[in-house]
Ligand binder design. Structure first.
Ligand code: SAM
Length: 328
């Protein structure tokens, strides 16, 4: 699938990882340079990789609906693979991208630039929190994608350390609806809020959300931020970084947040067997109901992880479409 050359360099085949028969706008062999802070693509395990198992199926679903994104933006791009997928699948020509760390952004810029076949793509990058670095630099966006972390830091984590900022978030000073706080989806809510002025009417935000909370709670984020929301795609992932992530959720569950739910991997595999992400998205509430008897709490999931067993979770792409002010 991909070859891990050394800590700072990866080679990815988009044909295999993104399941594309050919690539027209990006190289057929993608070289990626990564810093210590860069979120590591799981190139040898597509089911654990966010871009392969979540972003790409969502982009393909949009393209299949006839929705392309000449003006695309990703918040928290990490290695830059999500932007490359958007160039190929959504035919992005203007690509906005942000991340928290200088080095992550510099590598992402080079990773995107050096793997483009079509050199006529404008890259607008910015280092900093959410969309703040792109203020005044990007407008009339068609599709904005984000796959931001969820878990507030609870103790000795340090966002400046390694890939911590891919999993944990700092305390926020903005006003956040109580339900978004209790469900640990504050950053997704803030991204929706900040994206609104950058989008064209009819433009959309795709929020990639590990659905460890009810889908009804995820759907309510769109309305709270002034959009029309629906579930575009529904799929599942093997929990990546399981000790940190499940441990983080378990800690907050003990504090009375959530509850959060996970599932045994075999249950997810069976439930989604033969159900592509778009088809599952169209019947997401029914699939969620069928899975309900198999839910395990974060504390139960942590016990499995500690025994070396894999757990998984569902992932929803929340599709929030900007409606004209007159329709509000
Ligand atoms: C789970 S990784 C996802 C990386 C990539 N977008 C993907 O889908 O594979 C989350 C990324 O968001 C970045 N991030 C976290 N908090 C952020 C914030 N407040 N503003 C911008 N980026 C942030 C992290 O540094 C990390 O690169």
């Amino acid at each position: 699938m991909g070859t891990r050359v050394d800590h700072a360099e990866l080679v990815v085949s988009p044909g295999e990882l993104f399941q594309l028969s050919e690539t027209k706008r990006i190289r057929s062999s993608i070289g990626l340079q990564l810093s210590d802070h860069s979120y590591l693509p799981k190139v040898d395990d597509p089911r654990a990789d966010w871009v392969a198992s979540v972003a790409v199926p969502a982009f393909k679903t949009l393209a299949h609906m006839g929705v392309l994104a000449p003006r695309f933006c990703t918040i928290g791009t990490g290695a830059g693979l999500d932007a490359l997928a958007a160039v190929e699948i959504l035919q992005a020509r203007v690509v906005g991208f942000t991340d928290l760390h200088e080095d992550v952004l510099a590598y992402a810029r080079e990773n995107i630039r050096s793997n483009l076949l079509d050199k006529d793509v404008e890259l607008i990058g910015g280092v900093g929190d959410l969309l703040a670095p792109l203020a005044g630099k990007l407008s009339q966006v068609d599709v904005l994608y984000e796959n931001l972390p969820n878990i507030p830091m609870a103790g000795n984590e340090d966002l400046a350390d390694g890939q911590t900022s891919s999993t944990f978030i700092a305390e926020r000073s903005e006003e956040i609806p109580g339900s978004a706080e209790k469900n640990l989806v504050a950053l997704h809510y803030l991204a929706l809020q900040q994206a609104h002025p950058l989008l064209r009417v009819g433009g959309r935000v795709l929020s990639s959300i590990g659905a460890r909370i009810p889908l009804s709670e995820i759907l309510s984020l769109s309305g709270a931020a002034g959009y029309n929301g629906s579930i575009l795609t529904y799929t599942w992932k093997v929990q990546s970084e399981p000790t940190e992530v499940v441990g983080g959720y378990a800690q907050w569950e003990r504090e009375g947040l959530g509850p959060f739910h996970f599932y045994p991997v075999n249950v997810l595999r069976d439930a989604f067997e033969g159900l592509p992400p778009a088809a599952a998205g169209a019947q997401a509430l029914k699939v969620e109901e069928e899975l309900a008897p198999f839910e395990i709490s974060a504390l139960e999931a942590l016990a499995m992880v500690e025994k070396g067993e894999k757990v998984g979770h569902t992932v929803a792409i929340l599709d929030s479409v900007k409606i004209p002010d007159s329709a509000l």
